[in-house]
Design a protein around this ligand. Sequence first.
Ligand code: HEM
Length: 208
Amino acid sequence: MTQVVTPPLPLSSYLKEQTTSTHESLDRRIMALAPFSSGERFACFLRMQLRLHYATAPLYQNPALQALLPGLAERSRLQAIILDCADFDITAEQQEADRSAGCAAQNASTIGAIGWLYTHEGSTLGAAFLLKHAREQLGLSETFGARHLVGHSDGRGLHWREFKQALDALNLSAAERDQAVAGARDAFAFVRASVEELMADNQPAAAS
Ligand code: HEM
């Protein structure tokens, strides 16, 4: 009898499959905390994003990861979020606290780091939606407060598809694929903890 072997999902699809429910819960939580309801609330959102950018900054600069994922260094948006934080008068002490928390969270292996990068790069898709809210509710723009949410000049979708193609071209074993998923989940968990710490204080009554 011929045994039918189902080919494994491409890595990008596997990462998505394994993190979809975590993403949905995070997305709902962030929106429940009303980040666009005032400048003060948006500043808390910016600090959460700053922590994530600092946590992943060393990965974008890592030569081993750059060799695996072409154009990686150019994808970093750390300078954009730092400028956004300056627009909202986030103090040097607060920025240092976020840098320190971000750096302390990062101890991923090269394969785990691929998962972290999947989570961070994927968030640029949802950023289209967040940018729309930031524009409409707070009057922010690509030159004030919302620089880090702006899509790539080649197009947000194309830029993301190129990243997914690079992920899917990696030749990982089953164990390594699971290591990448663990990295992606660690990144989501770090973001969730940062949301609770930075955004859940002083929340509006409707948030849950
Ligand atoms: C309120 C906040 C958020 C909203 C509303 C949101 C919404 C979305 C939307 C609409 C997509 C695109 C789905 C598609 O076109 O296929 C997406 C993709 C994604 N988002 Fe979010 N997102 C939010 C926050 C985040 C955060 C904080 C992270 C992680 C740091 C994240 C990680 C991802 C990832 C990894 C993907 C790609 C999924 C895939 O593989 O296709 N999102 N998000």
